[in-house]
Design a protein around this ligand. Sequence first.
Ligand code: ADP
Ligand code: ASP
Ligand code: MG
Length: 409
Amino acid sequence: MALIVQKYGGTSVGDTERMKNVARRCIAAQKAGHDVVVVVSAMSGETNRLLKLVAQITDRPSEREQDVVVATGEQVSIGLVAMAIQAQGGLATSFLGHQVQIVTDSIFSKARIKRIDAEKIVEALKQKHIVVVAGFQGQDEQGNVTTLGRGGSDTTAVALAAALKADACEIYTDVDGVYTTDPNVCPAARKLERISYEEMLDLASVGAKVLQIRSVEFAMKYKVPLWVKSSFTDDPGTLVCEEDKSMENVIVSGIAYDKNEAKLAISGVPDIPGVAARIFGALDEQNVVVDLIVQTASKDGKTDLSFTVGKTDLVKAKEVVERVAKEINAGGVETDGDVAKVSIVGVGMRNHSGVAAKMFQILASEGINIQLISTSEIKVSCLIQSKYTELAVRALHTAFGLDKAPAAG
Ligand code: ADP
Ligand code: ASP
Ligand code: MG
């Protein structure tokens, strides 16, 4: 007998029929002899709907109150799924984040899980209940409601699997596994039977939203065998696990894109020591995460500084940067939300030169201008105009030899 944590994403609980399907799957897993904990997301579109309501009130919401609002989507889902299990003759109990004591830090809208006190879950499992837990939410040490960032239900599931020492964590979603790139954007994407934690971490870190990055970090740290599967088929899916020799050894293993970043550019920044520390220190104080950064060559003692932040932090970041720009006598601040980051990832890049250059050539041959670049040992990211995202992903996927063989006939 095993303990399995299953997580169902927004599409998988998108309407009540789909919730009944989830209930059937949970009951089947229990009938197969397992203890079952199921984590669910809000119904698809619900978190966006709640964020729109917030935006209709203010563009600078109290982050505490925003979390109070957006955490509600998952509450509806757990109640309905627990009822669907009961209606099919099963035993089920639902729990919100604070009821199972998912304790986080106090960084609203991107809180990190600090600990989980799973006593209530263990108790309910002993009574043979299927335990239905709300994804995405927790509470801080002061009892405030917190949320874990978009896609955070994945992290709830893996963190619970780690805390309960589960035998497996299964992430059920609307695709049947992890692909070389988003199969909804690139029809030639190939499904991977297995992928190492490291490579999945890299893909997630540059925007492959099939798994939230924190969930992969947890899985890697606690060695949780993590499956990505479809809630609509019986396909075995993809196993995210430790690297072994049989894994594909290619230069570029995947392509990802991220449309959730926005660019800020500060012109006329005095080119003296300490200025970057002032700007990025002020952003850090406000918990704004900065990604790509580029500084132009100094001219007449001034430089231009461009960088990206999460789109949801853009208004806050602009406020901070405008204030600091005045203090340091910099010029104007411009923003652009119409950008996307396209990245290539692969551990094989470590031993090969010219991979970045090839990426730039491919984008150039499609007429795509590169605004910012960032490289590391195993990934290269380019910021481009958002309307070219799909074109860039497909062109890179083909050029780096990732396309699947065309179907016979
Ligand atoms: P859920 O609501 O189930 O959490 P998400 O929308 O968060 O689902 O994640 C699943 C989506 O991730 C897929 O529909 C797909 O468009 C996207 N995706 C991005 N990159 C990949 C990839 N490399 N492999 C599979 N899916 C990917
Ligand atoms: N409902 C949250 C979101 O849409 C969390 C999740 O689905 O994982 O981001
Ligand atoms: Mg998700």
